[in-house]
Design a protein around this ligand. Structure first.
Ligand SMILES: NC(=O)c1ccc[n+]([C@@H]2O[C@H](COP(=O)([O-])OP(=O)(O)OC[C@H]3O[C@@H](n4cnc5c(N)ncnc54)[C@H](O)[C@@H]3O)[C@@H](O)[C@H]2O)c1
Length: 279
């Protein structure tokens, strides 16, 4: 018997990286999946975002585990698209128990001098990383309540939701905001035995940070940097001597929060951060 056997999980940002890993890990433990992702580039994001084939690969991996998945291209900035994905998922899978509000972006690394441009990019990051999570929970919460089995909402914040680590342009601000969002929903949904927690990863080995643009941003000032330089730069954040954790390390924490093992854990901000929050 899997640890989330018979449950249905709604995962945003599921085409690749942590979102795909969460979908697969939950499916390994018996859950069916409603997966959404934008699968397109957002102007101003300094690294390549996912493409439709990435979401297809998530579908393939979940189905290879003999679990069902309803996958839709949808933007967490678009309530109608998100609500449509949840409705399609409910029609096919019949219930909803777990929400992983995981989709997120980074803004540009370069210094932006123009105030108007700075504000527009800040608003864009907040729209995806904070309001996008609000929209995700809003379109899902009635289905969680109606399913009647309690539930678990896991909100992906960041180490940058606990510490100001120099990631700017709305990212740190939005990720801190998610702590308040999680606590507010924890209060609102507790009478239904629905738990809401935020999770705070340090660097995770996903395309968000393992790309040329991020490497350049981390390594400005180092001539002809190599892979070891990237790892050294990333290790700087952590107490444990590692550059990053794997997506599956975060998925294991998500799985625990989603499972009945964490049935009385709510309103918690859980770091999975190699000790970075106390460094
Ligand atoms: N990678 C890290 O080091 C790290 C560390 C801490 C927190 N995080 C957070 O973890 C979450 C997952 O990131 P990841 O590392 O898997 O990065 P990633 O870029 O590999 O995956 C993010 C996914 O979210 C999707 N997405 C982005 N904007 C979207 C939108 N508007 N609507 C729908 N989907 C959208 C992307 O298309 C992509 O598939 C993010 O919230 C990120 O901020 C990442």
């Amino acid at each position: 018997m899997g640890r989330v056997e018979g449950k249905v999980a709604f995962v945003t940002g599921a085409a690749r990286g942590q979102g795909r890993s969460h979908a697969v890990r939950l499916a390994e433990e018996g859950a069916d999946i409603i997966a959404v992702d934008l699968c397109a580039q957002i102007d101003g994001v300094p690294y390549p975002m996912s493409v439709p084939e990435d979401l297809d690969e998530t579908v393939r991996q979940v189905e290879a585990l003999d679990r069902r998945i309803v996958a839709r291209v949808a933007d967490v900035r678009d309530v109608a698209g998100l609500a449509g994905a949840v409705a399609d998922g409910l029609a096919e899978l019949g219930r909803l128990d777990i929400v992983c509000a995981n989709a997120g972006i980074l803004g540009p690394y370069r210094e932006i001098r123009d105030v108007g441009e700075r504000v527009a990019l800040f608003e864009q990051v907040v729209d995806v990383n904070l309001t996008g999570v609000f929209r995700t929970v809003e379109v899902a919460k009635q289905a969680l309540i109606d399913s009647g089995g309690g539930g678990s909402v896991v909100i992906t914040s960041s180490l940058a939701g606990l510490r100001a680590i120099g990631v700017r342009g709305g990212y740190t601000e939005a990720k801190h905001g998610l702590v308040g969002l999680a606590r507010t929903y924890a209060r609102e949904l507790a009478p239904h035995m629905i738990r809401v927690n935020s999770i705070h990863p340090t660097n995770v080995a996903t395309p968000m940070i393992l790309n040329d643009e991020t490497a350049r941003a981390f390594l400005s000032g180092i001539e002809a940097p190599g892979e070891k330089d990237v790892e050294r730069a990333l290790s700087f954040l952590n107490l444990l001597p590692i550059p990053y954790v794997e997506a599956r390390d975060i998925s294991n924490a998500v799985l625990w929060l989603a499972s009945d093992e964490a049935r009385y854990v709510t309103g918690v901000a859980l770091p999975v951060d190699a000790g970075a929050a106390i460094k």
